[in-house]
Write a protein that binds this ligand. Structure first.
Ligand SMILES: Cc1ncc(COP(=O)(O)O)c(C=O)c1O
Length: 429
């Protein structure tokens, strides 16, 4: 039998404290009714009732799926930049480190230092290059810089020389990775700069090329040639480097889409982001996604939930919310949840899409506000104040995943994950 997330909360809790408090009463109610069974642990906290559950179990499952798919001989660089796509870089990286992840990928020195201070000892690659002046902080914290302009070489060489013997063994050179632009036209040296790079590197005795990579612009698109062209151009660059006597070291290019469906790109290391968190991208043609989902059954890691804080009977013909963008077509029950675009329910979902209550889908109605969202629960007459609303995740047999919402509103999963608000408490299960 399906069990649903619900919580019978007396109004007194709302009125007395003007906030919902998960108290002994609530815990007892949960236990008594056997509700919240779909949540691995009951969530108890004081304050505004919106929260995220992040399943480390799912992330570790996804790591195993990726490793099995690409083979144990390949290293995995877990992309935990931007606070692990908004999900929390520290707890996620700790779990991944324990599970044997060899590398982590971050955006900048500050993100890398946060991981070091939290006890991450594995290698950390700073994917988005560095700003001149940051080199010493990178070296001091054993963060591996990316060189994406030939001029970057002299900056790290100078820093490495001045720090010789300070935080490293006297003889060890500072490792870095080279990024080559093969068609994204964003970061990376151009293929026609390979000779200049190799020449400049010969003048840098305190640094060492440890890896070489490129990044794909549209690995999920099997209707165009762009990825194949990028891959070939990258291989030509590697050949040219070798011909000039420079070993490219660890070769890596595959992001989620390429990991799933382009084995020729796996190289020595793969860089999963979205799939690590349990979300397959949309593929072109769309049937490709079925194939990919069968080969790599992932578990989405995020549930985003809130509770109903207000219920109102609204007659037909009344406007609801900012800008009167929703007008009731029948006598309606409108529920309000304590979560809005500042929490991660993006404004593009205005009058669009669904949430779950008691295992049923109910439509989001009206403009999404910063702190509040309205739902039409007319067809869920048993919905009560205090009920848990699932914005992303499972409730009983029903589920709404981030990737489904992303497709509906024409964006990518990572965009919606990164929208998760800082004020939303996160529970790691
Ligand atoms: C250089 C690099 N590699 C890998 C990734 C991971 O991408 P995805 O989330 O598609 O796996 C990113 C993310 O933007 C990236 O910038």
């Amino acid at each position: 039998m399906a069990c649903h997330l619900q919580l019978l909360l007396p109004d007194v809790y709302l009125n007395a404290a003007s906030k919902l408090v998960d108290s002994d009463f609530v815990r007892a109610a949960n236990k008594e009714s056997g509700i919240l069974k779909t949540m691995p642990k009951a969530i108890h906290f004081e304050g505004r009732p919106v929260w995220a559950e992040i399943s480390l179990k799912a992330i570790l499952h996804n790591l195993r799926v990726i490793r099995r798919h690409v083979g144990a001989q390949r290293k995995i660089l877990a992309v935990v930049k931007s606070n692990a796509y908004g999900l929390g870089a520290v707890p996620i990286s700790k779990a991944l480190q324990k599970a044997g992840t060899e590398w982590f990928g971050v955006t900048c020195a500050n993100e890398g230092i946060e991981l070091r201070e939290a006890g991450i000892r594995k290698r950390i690659l700073v994917l988005t290059g560095f700003w001149p002046g940051e080199e010493k902080r990178l070296i001091r914290n054993q963060l591996t810089p990316t060189v994406s302009r030939v001029d970057d070489l002299q900056h790290i060489e100078r820093a490495a020389k001045s720090m010789r013997g300070k935080s490293r063994g006297k003889s060890s050179r500072v490792p870095f990775h080279l990024k080559i632009n093969t068609g994204m036209n964003r970061l990376g040296i151009s293929p026609d700069e390979i000779d200049a790079f190799c020449l400049a590197l010969a003048d840098c005795p305190h640094i060492r090329l440890e890896g070489t990579y490129t990044h794909f612009a549209s690995a999920e698109d099997f209707t165009a040639e762009q990825t194949a062209v990028q891959e070939q151009l990258f291989r030509d660059c590697l050949d040219r480097m070798r011909a000039l006597g420079v070993s490219p070291g660890i070769v890596h290019m595959a992001n989620s889409g390429a990991i799933c469906a382009r084995p020729s790109t796996w190289g020595d290391m793969v860089r999963p982001g979205a799939i690590l968190y349990g979300y397959h991208q949309s593929f072109d043609p769309p049937q490709k996604k079925q194939e990919v989902m069968c080969a790599m059954p992932l578990e989405p890691c995020l549930s985003l939930r809130a509770r109903i804080i207000s219920l109102r009977e609204v007659p037909a013909g009344q406007a609801v919310g900012y800008g009167a963008r929703f007008v009731t077509s029948r006598p309606s029950r409108i529920a309000v949840i304590n979560a809005g675009y500042a929490d991660g329910i993006v404004r593009a979902r205005t009058n669009r899409g669904w949430a779950l209550v008691r295992g049923r889908r109910v439509p989001l109605v009206g403009t999404i506000s910063m702190d509040l969202t309205m739902l039409d629960v007319t067809d869920a007459p048993d919905a009560k104040i205090g009920d848990v609303i699932t914005i992303y995740g499972k409730d009983g047999q029903a589920s709404i995943e981030v990737s489904e919402v992303a497709r509906e509103i024409g964006t990518v999963t990572s965009d919606l994950l990164c929208a998760l608000g800082r004020r939303v408490p996160k529970f790691y299960l």
